[in-house]
Design a protein around this ligand. Structure first.
Ligand code: NHW
Ligand code: EN5
Length: 392
């Protein structure tokens, strides 16, 4: 099995790991293949220009109709065009890493994969690498081994930029996960979630009691909480990088520009809030969540489930017990703020310190998992509570 993955520089399933480091040497620049990989004859490569509204829309349409679904094919991610621009055009992005495949005859976009530059720390090693996401092959072209060609092509284009490692996440198990996280869901609109079969009414529970269980206050409770502003960027960067030092696999925010791009609120894409101490006026905490609705497949009454996903956050509190209580208050406010935006469900993974609030705030386990991977890097596995990388 794994006709493709067995040829790639990734650890094998079951292989024991003695020492951390690259699996293969960097290819010298003059030995990197100059020509794109060969596609089956009816297709051609097409680098997407996402600043062009019509090309962005082609990508949106491909993903909306063909991207990730849950195991029972009831919901499909519906990333907006605005969201895709945010996700794919961070500081230092490379247009050549927005890799499309078109049908030569009709120019119809039928496959895609992307890379963005990123900085991470894995255990004690800091790396500038590529984050791979939005790999997608049109439903009609599945199982024709197009995905390996897309992966080899984005690898080649990374090598050309001097990058030989990558991070990526997937619901499927491949050789070989660094960590496995689970999705958790907090119902904000229990009736709609049940109507769409996103969740089911527990047996012997009347709807009224179920709805009451998830009721939230109409206002936040943390003193000094407010939307994050551009002036908060430097403080948030320091706070976040400090908080990240607790974990073994994290994103590194090198510049204020990175924080400005990744954390500041962009309406209907990402929302961020800070807590400013009312006495000292110092920012002590922040959290953010991104908006990613899912299309409901084949439901006559509901087109989408409005979901947000917990993104990066940081708390200053250093005492473990105090931090747990702080996080519970902050995340409860996050639920309230999301509810005010008409969000139906608040999602998170069991990474970071999320286990400190998951049960108390009535998140329940989902049926989906997320596996974390690195390409061309060998290292020990870790528990999800050691992971501090959040991918879109
Ligand atoms: S995970 C989301 C991936 N996308 C979807 O699930 C959308 C719906 N599905 C599809 O579009 C986030 C297709 O099913 C896809 C596969 C395109 C997934 N990752 O073409 P074939 C990401 O975007 C392997 C990696 O016939 P297909 C992360 C599979 O194991 N490999 O299948 C992406 C098999 O190989 P094997 C995956 O169904 C990370 C081969 O593909 C995979 O028509 C990419 C079969 O190919 C997945 N999610 O198309 C890796 N799903 O060896 C980046 C299947 O087992 C690596 N496969 O025979 C790093 C590159 C950069 C390095 C830089 C130094
Ligand atoms: C990489 N950037 O499976 C992206 N979602 O649990 C790749 N389940 O929404 C990511 N099946 O459990 C790929 N409701 C991995 C994710 C793929 C999408 C996926 C799961 C995550 C999901 C929902 C719906 C299940 C429908 C049937 C789910 C239960 C919610 C319930 C709420 C009340 C408390 C208990 C749980």
């Amino acid at each position: 099995s794994h006709k493709f993955w067995s040829t790639q520089p990734v650890p094998k399933h079951g292989e024991t790991i003695e020492e951390e480091g690259p699996i293969e040497e960097n290819t010298p620049h003059d030995q990197i293949r100059k020509e794109p990989y060969t596609l089956p004859k009816e297709f051609e490569w097409s680098t997407l220009e996402l600043n062009d509204e019509s090309e962005l829309n082609e990508l949106y349409t491909l993903l909306t109709n063909n991207y990730v679904e849950d195991d029972d094919a009831m919901f499909r991610f519906d990333y907006s065009g605005e969201f895709l621009k945010w996700a794919l055009q961070p500081p230092g992005y490379k247009k050549t890493w927005h890799v499309g495949v078109r049908v030569s005859a009709t120019k119809r976009l039928v496959a895609f994969v992307s890379g963005i530059p990123a900085d991470i720390r894995i255990y004690n090693s800091r790396q500038h690498l590529v984050e791979i996401n939005f790999l997608c092959v049109h439903k009609k072209l599945r199982s024709k081994r197009l995905a390996p060609v897309l992966i080899k092509e984005i690898t080649r284009r990374s090598h050309l930029e001097g990058i030989f490692q990558a991070v990526y996440t997937a619901g499927v198990v491949l050789p070989r996960p660094i960590s496995k996280a689970r999705y958790f869901h907090r119902s904000l609109n229990p009736k709609k979630l049940i109507d769409t079969k996103f969740s089911s009414l527990p047996s012997n529970t009347p709807m009224t009691r179920h709805v009451k269980k998830y009721k939230l206050p109409s206002e936040t409770s943390t003193p000094g909480i407010r939307p994050m502003l551009e002036k908060d960027v430097p403080a948030v960067r320091v706070l976040l990088n400090k908080y990240m030092s607790k974990f073994n696999f994290v994103a590194v925010f090198k510049t204020d520009e990175d924080v400005k791009h990744w954390i500041l609120t962009k309406e209907n894409v990402i929302w961020s809030y800070v807590v400013e101490n009312p006495d000292t006026k110092k920012v002590t905490d922040f959290f953010s969540f991104y908006y990613l609705p899912s299309s409901v497949i084949g439901n006559p009454n509901h087109k989408t489930v409005n979901a947000v996903y917990l993104f990066y956050y940081a708390v200053q509190e250093s005492d473990e017990k105090a931090r747990k209580s702080r996080l519970q208050f902050l995340l409860k406010d996050a639920l309230i703020l999301a509810k005010l935006k008409d969000v139906d469900v608040f999602n998170c993974l069991d990474i970071l310190e999320n286990k400190m609030f998951i049960d108390e705030l009535k998140f329940g386990p989902g049926d989906g998992y997320l596996n974390y991977y690195m390409y061309n890097w060998r290292c020990r596995e870790m528990g999800s509570e050691d992971v501090g990388v959040v991918m879109l």
